[in-house]
Design a protein around this ligand. Structure first.
Ligand SMILES: [Mg+2]
Length: 326
């Protein structure tokens, strides 16, 4: 399954490169010529984090070297660095106490032939190292649809996801961990904000980590979080590789299982086999009401009953298919 998703995403990127600037505005949520992306971070107090921003331009998103990028935290702090050949600028920042540090990141207009891109917010979530964390995927998890629709449409949130995540955020820090490449950062963050999701750092993959595949990328990111935080407790996503990564790293793993509407009896049977093969401790659910029941009512949704349900659906579907072929 993994190669297909990667191919679909790469095809979308190729389409983007071919389509030019107008499409870039539509797909990436950029305005004008430039794409400014920033990298959110999570860190315990006293630990240095790099503030990273990247300025790219044109249909092929080439990095723009030699521009000054400013990282401004209200009136309290102003840091600046010049972009390298890659278009990347970084400065070091050490949060001294827990809290959300929001930096406005902007490109100095000097030396830019066109209007500079809109400033972007970069969030450094500083938390005590024993703060409970919940890691949540975006596509088909808080976004009702998948990557392809996200590129062009204005996707709907999954039912109940906003409400349940608000409840989760009352005593945990929500970290949005997505395999989406980082140039979807501006669009992803705007969408989360407008839909009313609780604020949390949005961690996206770079092109390098994107090519490793979703499971490996997420496993690496969770390991990095666990090196700084003792309570990385919950992981929620829609991919088998993601929940396996959550589970292997000791998180309560919750799979929100997508069942394609047009699944054949054979597809459903294969999905049942895949679910049945999951470790017993992984929860398999169909929606956020069940996620809430796991996290707040101590309910369990082990794979076996879901596998059974899928087999019953497969039998039903097989009957329908047989009737239709007569
Ligand atoms: Mg997903």
């Amino acid at each position: 399954m993994k190669p297909c998703l990667t191919l679909a995403a790469l095809a979308a990127l190729a389409a983007l490169a071919a389509a030019g600037c107008g499409a870039q505005t539509l797909i990436l949520g950029t305005q004008g010529q430039y794409l400014l992306t920033v990298r959110d971070a999570v860190a315990p107090p006293g630990q240095e984090v790099p503030l990273v921003a990247r300025l790219q331009q044109g249909d092929l998103l080439r990095g723009r070297p030699g521009h000054v990028i400013r990282f401004r935290q209200g009136d309290q702090r102003l840091l600046a660095a010049e972009t390298d050949e890659d278009g990347t600028a970084r400065v070091a920042f050490t949060p001294d106490a827990p809290g959300d540090y929001v930096f406005t990141v902007e490109v100095a207009a000097a030396g830019l032939p066109d209007e500079p891109p809109e400033p972007r917010d970069l969030l450094v979530a500083c938390r005590a190292s024993d703060t409970p964390l919940a890691v949540v995927d975006l596509d088909k998890t808080v976004v009702a649809s998948g990557f392809q629709t996200v590129l062009l449409g204005n996707p709907e949130p999954m039912d109940g996801s906003v409400e349940v995540l608000k409840r989760v955020a009352a005593d945990r820090t929500v970290i949005y961990l997505t395999h989406r490449p980082d140039y979807f950062g501006p669009k992803s963050k705007d969408w989360l904000r407008t839909q009313g999701f609780p604020r949390g750092p949005v961690l996206l993959s770079t092109v390098g980590s994107f090519l490793k595949g979703s499971g490996t990328y997420k496993s690496d990111m969770i390991k990095a979080l666990k090196a700084k935080f003792t309570r990385v407790e919950v992981g929620i996503g829609d991919k088998f590789s993601d929940v396996e990564a959550y589970h292997a790293n000791g998180l309560t793993a919750i799979l929100i299982l997508p069942v394609p509407e047009n699944a054949t009896a054979k597809d459903l049977q294969a999905l049942a086999d895949q679910v049945a093969a999951l470790p017993e401790a992984i929860h398999v659910v169909r929606g956020w009401d069940q996620v809430e029941a796991i996290l707040f009512a101590g309910k369990a949704f082990p794979p076996a009953p879901m596998a059974q349900q899928l087999r019953a659906m497969a039998d039903e579907k097989a009957k329908q298919e047989a009737a239709e072929s007569k």
